[in-house]
Design a protein. Structure first.
Lengths: 335, 335
DNA sequence: CTGAAAGCGCTAACAC
DNA sequence: GTGTTAGCGCTTTCAG
């Protein structure tokens, strides 16, 4: 593995000169610079970053930890973050925390051991399981910014989508269409007052309505059971708010199996704006979380902290607004 | 940032002893070991891997480069590879090559500069654009294994799915059901003789049939146009082979819009076995590429090369077989 | 069982 | 402009 001294020998100059020449430093004679660069190219020399990083005490690496990569929301975010990070001249180190506590901790440890310059952390549904570890990371000088709301983390930098606002939009849309019997299907909320469900309920409350059914269902079987119960009701709901798009897709499937047509008999709204929503028929009305804004804000923030460009000690909280995407799965209720 | 010498000072021993104690070496007295470990824990000491990696001349890092993360096949693969790599005590460094040549080259360069111990490379549709670079990587002692067939790379290690065999299964299934008029929709083949399309055609040829239409269409609009043309035919095909699942989903959508029922009027088969296929109605008959086997084989191979456990100079070629997943989107043609 | 010393490959004062 | 030197934080001979 060819190194600096090798090409220094070839060129008949010192290592420092080679180092400078390759960094295109103005402190070196153009002729030696050309010579060195040419020699390096010919020899296929590439700097050893592990050595350089040790020397300069920086890795120009930003860590990103996400629970998993299978859930289609994450790939979008990962791609966007990767692009922004690269653009800024940094490198991304992705870690999959697998949604369990132990491995979230492992990711953070690994990032610290590799001396990442900053970390972006997307917590799993169970919230921030490693708060103290994050705090010590920050204390040790590695900025951490949280992606998504986490309970009891008010002292940490945070970039989040305004889920509650998205939920409110959904609720308002359905109410405005004339719906009064509305069911909710999906996971239990985990973002407390900032949850999409809380905004949704607020919208209904403003019109004096309460959701007539809130079921926790995520798997195919669970959704099937819930839909079965719902359509067996003497007076089934006229609209369903699915907590996530993929749940909405399951709702579509089982509503279809029960010969209930969307949106004629029941309107359906999702949340997340996955591509999936455009592949199903009718196309799904949903809420788009602006992953691009989140990625951009998060990367900017963590880099600002890294470079001490922003030495404001107060935690930053950046909230970006979602958008209601009107497609084909909603209509006024039939009378 | 606390380092080895700090805790050596605290413990009143030398750095070497601390290093050994933390590595749980048998060469150190149990009592000093306990003391050192406790002190290290209290102080929150974590090894600096960039220093260690420089010293030991290894990073225990495997690079994985994939074109993108948005295409749903990749997340599956990434997750699987990440799990296997971690299991083996290595770390994964993911790079997104963005499907363009320049950045595939950048990824490889970055991996080399960081001295990854091995790399797994998934090439984009345009084939291996950086063959010479891969070769010099290998020559410099970093094993590279290709994931997926690449033209003119017979001298490199390769793990691939037998796409042609999958295509054959699809063709045979359709023919066995009685179909004679079969259209193909999707991308142009890029795996030459190993392409799913070549296997598909072989199956038809064995029964003296030729596909009556092969259209290249990937976007929503393109598929819409193709479907429109197809159903306007005096004698429309009775079955459609979509080159990829997401194309199949689009086919579903536009067939639905044209009031053609699946599988009564037209059977549809996909390829890839994305989750998507179970969300649509009827559920999609498709071919599953065994991502878990591919991941396992690839990681095993690259690690074996890394550790010189396998110093066979001959390139390895591991081919894993796909599986036909029978679901609801196919039926015999109506007479 | 423990310590002293060397050195991984590179960059950056500091001299000349 | 260029070379000499020191040192980033760690592991690992080699002595004792």
């Amino acid at each position: 593995m060819i190194k600096l001294s090798d090409i220094a020998a070839k060129a008949g100059v010192s290592e420092s000169t080679v180092s400078r020449a390759l960094a295109d430093s103005p402190l070196v004679n153009q002729k030696t610079k050309d010579l060195v660069q040419q020699l390096a190219r010919e020899a296929g020399y590439k700097v050893n970053l592990v050595a350089r990083n040790l020397r300069v005490q920086s890795t120009r690496t930003i860590g990103l930890v996400v629970p998993q990569v299978a859930n289609p929301y994450y790939p979008k975010l990962i791609q966007l973050v990767a692009d922004r990070v690269k653009e800024a001249g940094y490198r991304l180190q992705l870690h999959l925390s697998g949604a369990d506590q132990e491995s979230e901790s492992d990711c953070l440890t690994s990032l610290y051991e590799h001396r990442a310059d900053g970390v972006l952390l997307v917590t799993a549904v169970n919230g921030l399981v490693t708060k103290s570890q994050v705090e010590s990371l920050v204390a040790s000088g590695t900025p951490v910014v949280l992606l998504g709301w986490v309970e009891g983390a008010e002292h940490l930098d945070l970039v989040m989508a305004d889920d509650a606002r998205g939920g409110y939009m959904v609720g308002k849309h359905l109410v405005d269409l004339g719906h009064r019997d509305i069911a909710v299907i999906g996971a239990r909320p985990h973002r407390g007052p900032f949850d999409r469900l809380s905004g949704f309920q607020k919208a209904l409350n403003e019109s004096g309505i309460t959701p007539n059914l809130v079921s926790s269902a995520r798997s195919d079987e669970e959704v099937q059971a819930v839909i079965h119960d719902l359509v067996s009701l003497p007076k089934p709901p006229t609209a369903i708010f699915a907590y996530q798009d993929f749940v909405a897709a399951l709702v579509f499937k089982h509503l279809g199996a029960a010969c209930i047509s969307i949106p004629d008999q029941i309107s359906v709204v999702g949340f997340d704006n996955l591509d999936l929503g455009t592949y199903i028929c009718p196309q799904l009305t949903t809420v788009d979380l602006p992953a691009d804004q989140i990625a951009a804000e998060a990367v900017n923030l963590v880099l600002a902290r890294t470079q001490n460009a922003d030495d404001d000690a107060n935690p930053k909280r950046i909230v970006v607004s979602p958008e209601l995407i009107l497609r084909e799965s909603c209509a006024p209720p039939r009378r």
